[in-house]
Design a protein around this ligand. Structure first.
Ligand code: ADP
Ligand code: ZN
Length: 748
């Protein structure tokens, strides 16, 4: 019996074993099949041949083979197995991330070329039919239609209709197949070119310019690594504005010339548009873009172009790590420290870490670029596991921005506790406006106010579903209080709900209030705002950023979205309203995050011809992460922080796995968490890990559920994972209530 393992999209589920009946050819690894699961028929993916089962097990037949050729390359299937294992997720969950989105192409007048492919008929469990395409049992097909199906079966990623025509498949034949629902046609449009929306205009690579000496040395080292055609990880530690992008371009060019392909990962496409634009400029249509904000159709088109081998360079966000590129020679992870590489839902993978694993399997070079490397990556560079390449200077000897601290305690004492914008910052903004220079103002908190309370009875507005206070937003019809976790929202009443006193007060400041204050203070200035609320509508972010780049705006207020890799040469001042936003959190990474954010945002100033300055307001001017960020002194920060991590047995010295148990009541969640921890405990006697907790999670309630958490801490992840998987396997009822996060970045 040919037995195969099939991954199906069911959470936490391992692959299932099926028999392939004689009437169906054994589908290859990476091909889709329809299989019975419970009472349903689901589309799964073949992950293994020659599967073994215990004697006497009842093995079901697969219902149908969807693809004759693998849809996913076997290397990606293997990578997904690793992801499922490492992150303690179901194999189907991992594969779901790697699969292209369903074909939902809409007709469009501006078609460029039309591609025909077998329908995903069946891949959608709701609308699927059980009609067997692969078995060729579709009755009533003409011989030509049959032949056309044969050709398409060998090309699961589809074929352009022009090519089909060359192979004797006419439009009429295709139309017949489309009519039967066996084939879909979709258009790949210029219109759909995602670069048009994601990328600011006017960025072209300057191929003629000379590298600086420092860049030259770094380039030589990197090119030599690329020429070795082997797995290596290089950490490119370059201060902001040191010209890392230039190096990425040259390196990518070399690798492509050597006949291998390139994956460039960026935290968020729209926030690092110049990198994507430069690659588009250099590699033209052989670049594809992959990120989750694209419409399904766009992503689908691009995915299939990659799969067909038409693409040399993929630029994308974390899920692009699964792009079906073959002959991968180089993976660049830009801003490798950025937390958006971590997926905060199952499978909770880290794009950078998966990239390194992928490169090691495909013998590719990895380049991790950052001005503020993660503790993990820098530690590997210190021990020699990674090659460290340093760029200490900005290009053209432009100085780093000078950073000035403003002690807000003093400011409150002098100016009153309501002060939001300090005297120093206001004066500096005024100066810049007079000189027609540009200003960035950062506050990593959106909304108008972070809380409301009654001055008479002290009542506060908490979310009924989550243990957080509601954030106040200005809405068209007055004030609204909204939960940033579950989106619950209410109109803010005129009087207190408890005591009816009309003294409701806003507390805490968000970006909306900063914008309002700046408008009041600098009425002549053109001010824009970038945060998740202001950019909710598609295209708005790009529009605001382009306006700012074109100096149609003088001041840009925003959350950490404005701190990332932008290169706005007109900015000479960066103001940070509160450097302390992240420091209060009960999180061992708080200092690291604060240091990164401040260094990055200060790095946005003075990238053009004029020198830059940053003014940082803080209540803790003596805190080391603030002090050292001001000096942009990464090595000292690292030393200080690494000593703390070592002493506290935190990453990168110890690995953490976080488990969160959710329940309808606190007691229910706690009881189940205790049960899990109790079952894990025996393993600690023979293994190298300890268990912390269970204890109430910092975010004790979320979306109406109570949350209790525990940690596994140790030096051998594999042991920890094995113990956890064993316990989970023995408690099937826990699966819906338990979230496991391996190497967590955020532990709320
Ligand atoms: P990073 O990514 O390290 O912050 P960028 O790659 O954005 O730095 O480079 C900063 C600025 O310097 C960009 O405007 C870039 O065009 C410019 N630049 C880079 N290399 C050179 C060079 N060799 N000569 C002149 N300008 C350069
Ligand atoms: Zn809520």
């Amino acid at each position: 019996m040919p037995l195969i393992s099939v991954a199906v999209p069911v959470p936490f589920l391992d692959s299932l074993t099926y028999n392939v009946p004689d009437s169906i050819e054994v589908p290859p690894i990476g091909a889709r099949v329809r299989v019975p699961v419970g009472g349903r028929t689901l589309t799964g993916c073949v992950v293994q041949h020659d599967a073994a089962v215990d004697e006497g097990t009842d093995v079901k037949n697969i219902a149908e083979a969807v693809d004759r050729e693998p849809l996913l390359p076997p290397s990606i299937v293997e990578l997904c197995r690793w992801v499922a294992d490492y992150y303690v997720a179901g194999i189907g969950d991992a594969l779901a991330v790697a699969m292209p989105p369903g074909a939902r192409g809409k007709a469009n007048a501006f078609k460029r070329r039309r591609v025909a492919m077998l329908t995903l008929m069946g891949s959608d469990p709701v609308h699927g039919t059980t009609q067997g395409v692969d078995a060729g049992h579709v009755r009533g097909l003409t011989p030509k239609q049959d032949a056309a199906l044969g050709i398409l079966r060998d090309a699961p990623a589809g074929l352009p209709t022009a090519e089909l025509r060359d192979r004797g498949v006419t439009a009429g034949v295709l139309a017949g197949l489309v009519g039967r629902g066996l084939v879909v046609l979709h258009d790949e449009h210029d219109e759909r070119d995602p670069f048009e929306r994601a990328v600011m205009a006017g960025v072209t690579p300057d191929t003629t310019r000379e590298l600086t000496d420092e860049q030259r040395r770094a380039a030589d080292a990197l090119l030599a690594l690329a020429d070795a055609d082997d797995f290596r990880v290089a950490l490119l530690h370059g201060v902001t504005g040191s010209g890392k992008t230039e190096l990425y371009l040259r390196l990518a060019d070399r690798v492509v010339r050597r006949g291998r392909r390139v994956l460039l990962m960026v935290p968020e496409i729209a926030l690092t548009p110049s990198v994507a634009a430069l690659f588009r400029g250099a590699f033209g249509t052989r670049v594809a873009i992959q990120h989750s904000a694209l419409a399904d159709g766009e992503r689908h088109d691009q995915w299939h172009r990659i799969r067909r081998g038409e693409i040399d360079v993929v630029v994308g966000t974390r899920s692009a790590v699964f792009a079906p590129l073959d002959r991968l020679g180089l993976v660049i992870v830009d801003e490798e420290h950025d937390s958006s590489y971590k997926q905060e839902e199952t499978p909770r993978y880290h794009g950078r870490d998966v990239a390194i694993m992928r490169a090691s399997r495909e013998r590719a070079l990895v380049v991790l670029g950052s001005a503020t490397p993660s503790m993990e990556s820098y530690q590997h560079a210190v021990t020699g596991k990674y090659v460290r390449i340093v760029l200490e200077k900005r290009v053209l000897d432009r100085p780093l921005a000078a950073v000035r601290l403003v002690n807000m305690r003093q400011e409150y004492a002098d100016e009153g506790p309501e002060t939001v914008i300090s005297r120093d910052l206001a004066t500096a903004i005024d100066e810049r406006l007079t000189r027609h220079e540009q200003v960035l103002v950062l506050l990593n908190r959106r909304g108008y106010a972070t809380a409301i309370f009654c001055r008479q009875c002290g009542d506060t507005f908490e979310c009924p579903n989550c243990s957080v206070s509601l954030t106040v937003h200005r809405a068209r019809q007055g004030w609204r209080a909204r939960c940033h976790y579950c989106n619950y929202s209410v109109t803010v009443p005129k009087a207190c709900r408890k005591c009816a006193a009309p003294y409701l007060e806003h507390a805490g400041v968000g970006t909306e209030r900063i914008e309002e204050q700046l408008r009041g203070r600098f009425p002549g200035a053109r001010i824009g705002r970038v945060d998740r609320d202001s950019v909710r509508r598609q295209g708005t972010l790009t529009r605001i950023l382009s306006q700012f780049a074109a100096h149609e705006l003088d001041v840009l207020v925003g959350t950490q979205m404005i701190a990332k890799g932008h290169d706005f040469p007109g900015v000479t001042l960066v103001g940070v309203i509160s450097a302390d936003v992240g420091l209060g959190l009960a999180d061992f990474r708080a200092s690291e995050r604060t240091f990164q954010l401040l260094t990055q945002v200060a790095g946005r100033a003075g990238r053009g011809e004029r020198t830059g300055e940053a003014i940082v307001q803080t209540l803790y001017p003596e805190h080391y992460s603030i002090q050292l960020a001001c000096r942009q002194d990464y090595p000292s920060f690292f030393e200080r922080e690494v000593a703390y991590r070592r002493g506290m047995r935190y990453p990168p010295f110890f690995a953490l796995i976080n488990g969160v148990v959710r329940g309808p009541t606190f007691d229910a969640a706690m009881q189940q968490a205790r049960e899990i921890v109790g079952r894990l405990e025996p393993a600690t006697a023979t293994s190298h890990f300890t268990i912390l907790g269970p204890a109430p999670a910092p975010l004790g309630r979320l979306r109406g559920e109570h949350r209790v958490q525990f940690f596994l801490k140790g030096t051998r992840r594999a042991e920890m994972r094995r113990a956890l998987m064993q316990v989970v396997a023995g408690m099937p009822e826990i699966r819906r209530r338990l979230t496991i996060d391996v190497d967590p970045l955020s532990v709320l």
